[in-house]
Design a protein around this ligand. Sequence first.
Ligand code: L34
Length: 300
Amino acid sequence: MAAKIISGKEISQEIRQELRQEVQELQEKHGVVPGLVTILVGENPASVSYVTAKQRTAKDLGFYSVQENLPEEVSEDELLQMIEKYNKDEKIHGILVQLPLPKHINERKVIHAIDPRKDVDGFHPVNVGKMVIGEPCFLPCTPHGILVMLHRAGVEVDGAEVVVVGRSNIVGKPIANLLLQKRKPVGNATVTVCHTGTRDLAAHTRRADILIVAAGRPKVITADMVKEGVVVIDVGVNRIGTTPEGKAILCGDVDFEAVKEKASAITPVPGGVGPMTITMLMKNTVEAAKLWAGLPSEVG
Ligand code: L34
């Protein structure tokens, strides 16, 4: 069986179209323009590429958007002061500090400094706590994107055996948590989380109806590790080389060509979870703007 390809690119386009209309209505009816600042420290090529795409998308949707580029050597204090400035800025509803940060900056301090009402990444402990107990909040963008992909692809999650590979704060922990909740329309799964301490990874992955891989290593999931008919969500974006023209060659955490022959559905890399991450950042920023304006919103 050859798998159905779940295109994050196509689903993203649908949602972005919906958001574009919502942004226009917000402006016409309420005079509200969603505002997003993205803060980039240093010049990590992957981060530069992601932040550039976020800015381009924000502009395309009609947001007010600001890009801040800080040098690699910027002090923690200067970064914290910048966050404070945007916490107070009435035109800005969402603040995103692209991770990872240089080693001399304490990531935790930075995340704590962002006003939880502007935390469109959903990384602040207030939002993480709300997420875990099922209260309205900003959901982290990658897990949020995965929920939407599963939903729009019509995957039955209720009662499914879900196996998550990876336990990061950005992907593994939150997606496992969201899928085990009794939330609608996507939830109520039985969830197993595997990580570097897992003794027999394949024994777990072979049981999965839905396999979510965020290991951060190329092709760790091979065809012998999955069962026939599995739905595979590949979160990995590994840069495994460059083309003669200098473009990055990307590959996922899953051996796509082999696994797609056994799967019923699979997400590609590129064009899968990556674009959805950016789209859900836009969605969260629109919700943040509604929250700020006192309009009904999904986040509180
Ligand atoms: N603060 N830091 C913060 N928030 C985030 O949500 C992120 N993440 C992760 C890294 N650091 C972060 C992202 O934005 C990963 N991530 C991300 C965003 C976009 C894409 C991949 C990861 C993406 O668009 N990927 C494209 C390929 C882009 C390319 O050519 O490099 C894709 O099709 O998969």
